[in-house]
Design a protein around this ligand. Structure first.
Ligand code: PA5
Ligand code: NI
Length: 184
């Protein structure tokens, strides 16, 4: 059955939702096969396997017709020069999603299998993910980057799609900031 109406307190400063649902922690070892530089990835796993990002969910269930939310916080860092990022996924049934930037500086990389798009994400930016676009978030700054996601409960997470098709581009640290390079 659907959940009853309830209030969620959204602590913008702390980037937290209350009441809390499950929190997911992704360490470097969870990002196998995603960074272009496999040796740099292996070295980072061996060197303490750092937390790359956390996802804190609201208690709204991930089932069809519900509208759950979550806050993702990506730590700053690079692996082989590539900026720390989420795994990235496609929604199997191609539903849309919105992200709202909360803290820090980031990017929203999207790929529809043919072309990629990049949205610079700052506090207050709403990034729109249209149906059919795989999406990955990147921390482009030197502090944690947080954003709120709101998505259809039945959207699902197809991580295999990204392993198979890639994301069209990769985001790297440069002397003056960051740049996108073609998929490799
Ligand atoms: O629903 C979303 O798209 C986000 O909440 C992501 O799941 C979150 O940012 C973590 O990314 P990923 O699921 O690709 O590991
Ligand atoms: Ni999504």
């Amino acid at each position: 059955p659907p959940v009853a109406p309830f209030a969620i307190s959204f602590d913008h400063e702390a980037a937290r939702l209350e009441p809390e649902g499950p929190t997911l922690t992704r360490r470097m070892s969870d990002l196998e096969g995603l960074f272009a530089d496999h040796e740099a990835w292996q070295a980072a796993v061996a060197d303490g396997d750092p937390v790359v990002y956390r996802v804190q969910s609201s208690p709204v269930p991930e089932v069809d017709r519900e509208l759950p939310q979550s806050i993702t916080t990506i730590e700053p860092g690079t692996t082989g020069g590539e900026l720390w990022m989420t795994k990235g996924h496609q929604h199997p049934n191609h539903q849309g999603e919105i992200y709202l930037g909360l803290h820090g500086a980031g990017g929203l990389l999207m790929y529809d299998g043919t072309r990629h798009e990049w949205i610079d994400m700052a506090p207050g930016t709403i990034g729109y993910i249209p149906p059919g676009w795989a999406h990955r978030s990147v921390n482009t700054g030197d502090e944690p980057y947080s954003f709120l996601a709101v998505y259809p409960g039945g959207a699902g997470h197809d991580y295999g799609w990204v392993l198979e098709h890639g994301m069209g581009a990769r985001a790297y640290r440069t002397a003056s900031g960051h740049e996108l390079r073609p998929w490799s």
